[in-house]
Design a binder for this molecule. Structure first.
Ligand code: IYR
Length: 225
């Protein structure tokens, strides 16, 4: 007995057809919007509306995924005790990473960002969104179900999430404490879930600064053939 005996079902679909001028305007507006996003490491502790995060997570959940398995879970952490636990566990790993696991080359690459092992933002930011990747799915009888392209799928969903949060006026940091196995343990995730990304969210402090970075121009990132 296989589960593909039903005929696939299709629905009509049309995307709004824009005049070329409108296309240019919308593309430029979106570019300007996302270009204004910066990774923030100085968060205010001011609360943010959690229903806004829910809509951003719905946007993330609309991302395409391998075989439409939607292999993701987004855990929104606002409990100060859990945030503290995450900070302490992350700092243990990061302290080891910065002092022993990183190569000199890696440490030098991070110098312009001014990062170090201390992660106060994990406690200060009003919310943390922990993104989990489903390494496999769980079938109706609890059996393992293979998922496909989970890294790509969760990466795309995370991109949607970061863009949505920015558009909604919420600052983010893509934080990847390494290794991040402690997140599944602290957040009590099932055994098929792997921590993918930890995203502190909130408002920047009034005196927030960001590294003086320059983005590659179009002619360095786009090739036409
Ligand atoms: N995860 C560490 C180190 C770090 C690594 C890279 I690559 C960055 O772009 C930034 C930081 C940290 O969060 O400090």
């Amino acid at each position: 007995m296989t589960d593909h005996e039903d005929e696939p079902r299709f629905l009509p679909y049309a995307q709004e057809r824009l005049a070329e001028e409108a296309m240019r305007e919308r593309a430029r507006e979106f570019r300007e919007e996302v270009e204004s996003r910066r990774s923030v490491r100085f968060f205010s502790d001011e609360p943010i509306p959690l229903d806004v995060l829910d809509d951003c997570i719905r946007a993330a959940g609309s991302a395409p995924s391998g075989a439409h398995r939607q292999p993701w879970t987004f855990v929104v952490v606002t409990d100060p005790t859990i945030k503290r636990e995450i900070r302490l566990a992350a700092e243990v790993e990061e302290c080891e990473t910065y002092s022993n696991r990183m190569t000199d080359e890696w440490r030098e690459a991070l110098h312009p960002l001014g990062t170090n092992w201390e992660k106060p933002f994990l406690e200060i930011a009003p919310a943390l969104i922990a993104v989990f990747r489903h390494a496999w799915g769980i079938g109706p009888d609890g059996e393992r179900r293979t998922n496909y392209y989970t890294q790509e799928s969760v990466g795309i969903a995370s991109g949607f999430l970061l863009a949505a949060l920015h558009v909604a006026g919420v600052a983010t940091l893509t934080h990847t404490p390494s290794p991040m196995g402690f997140l599944a343990r602290i957040l009590e995730r099932p055994e098929n879930e792997r921590a993918y990304l930890l995203i502190p969210v909130g408002y920047p402090t009034e005196d927030c600064v960001v590294p003086d970075l320059v983005r590659k121009p179009l002619d360095e990132i786009r090739v036409r053939r």
